[in-house]
Ligand binder design. Structure first.
Ligand SMILES: Nc1ncnc2c1ncn2[C@@H]1O[C@H](COP(=O)(O)OP(=O)(O)O)[C@@H](O)[C@H]1O
Ligand SMILES: [Mg+2]
Length: 289
């Protein structure tokens, strides 16, 4: 599978005359440096090419960092464990039993399955969570919503150490609470994975942030794909609720990261080679500018 996809890519690129492009991934990979890739529901639930692409990129000298969520699997396991979801103002409350499931599923089952998948593809990965090494510090965003955190501080050194050692870090978005931040002993907080990816990309001065999701990109009010999205448009579309739900933290993360990251993309992870195309600046998905 890996060879199939890459040789196809290689053929395509052999016909283009970009001297800086790598024959395998077509991304000018060596120049890229650190990239942060957020994988979402699409990659976790199906056999898309994202992890394969990440492995191929690393082989070519890119320093990929993977950040993942796993909302659907968490919901499945909550159901299995008989944990009833509670909502306040339409937002899910992360109470104690919910947090237990979030931590067990995200940092356990989902994270280690991704590590195993990378190894199955011939790559080498180390699974981490934001709590490890105190990397992602967060505080309770809204006490009514329970153990959900907003990021206060990111220390990317443990991630960098893993990258320097030749592994792909795969990071679950579970943070440690700031000391005294919520008047409790330091504990665990659930952080939105998009937000975590944006913060990590910013803290690492990554070259690129790519959000892989389960839609083509960001749609306008007529459900037409927006190839480019400016800060101002983003604010307008969020204000008018055209950008809503799971897309809101993605946009927020892209805008935050763009303070230091040169490019932030939201692309369809279900599409083969989506990550490589985004990095090669092929027209795909939405580029937030
Ligand atoms: N303007 C928009 N354009 C595209 N998707 C949108 C928009 N507004 C809301 N969405 C929703 O955001 C979802 C992506 O976020 P989410 O479900 O959290 O996926 P992920 O697992 O990738 O984080 C889309 O499936 C879509 O339903
Ligand atoms: Mg989401």
């Amino acid at each position: 599978m890996v060879v199939g996809r890459l040789s196809e890519e290689g053929d395509r690129l052999a016909q283009s005359a970009h001297p800086n492009e790598d024959p395998q991934t077509g991304t000018g990979a060596r120049q890229l440096g650190t990239i942060v890739v957020k994988i979402g529901g699409s990659t976790l639930s199906s056999q898309d090419s994202s992890l394969r692409d990440v492995v191929a990129l690393q082989r070519e000298g890119v320093r990929p960092v993977v950040v993942h969520g796993g909302g659907k699997m968490v919901s499945d396991w909550m159901r299995r464990q008989g944990v009833r979801p509670r909502f306040v103002r339409g937002l899910r409350v992360t109470d104690g039993p919910s947090l237990d499931v979030v931590v067990a599923v995200l940092t356990g089952l989902v994270n280690k399955s991704l590590v195993a998948a990378v190894h199955g593809l011939g790559g080498r990965a180390v699974g981490l969570a934001g709590v490890d090494g105190g990397m992602i510090e967060a505080r309770v965003a809204d006490p009514e919503l329970g153990r959900v955190g907003e990021v206060v501080k990111v220390d990317p050194r443990p991630i960098e150490a893993v990258v320097d050692a030749g592994y792909i870090p795969i990071v679950a978005s579970v943070a440690i609470s700031s000391p005294g931040g919520d008047n409790q002993a330091p504990g665990l907080l659930n952080v939105n994975a998009d937000t975590a990816a944006g913060e990590i990309a910013g803290a690492m001065d990554a070259a690129r942030l790519v959000m892989l999701t389960d839609v083509e990109g960001v749609f306008d009010s007529s459900r037409r794909l927006l190839p480019r999205l400016t800060r101002r448009q983003a604010r307008q579309l969020m204000g008018s609720n055209v950008i809503a739900g799971g897309m809101v933290p993605k946009i927020g993360a892209c805008l935050k990261a763009l303070d230091s990251v040169s490019s932030a993309h939201i692309v369809d992870g279900r599409r083969a080679g989506a990550l490589l195309d985004a990095l090669a600046d092929v027209d795909i998905g939405t580029r937030v500018i």
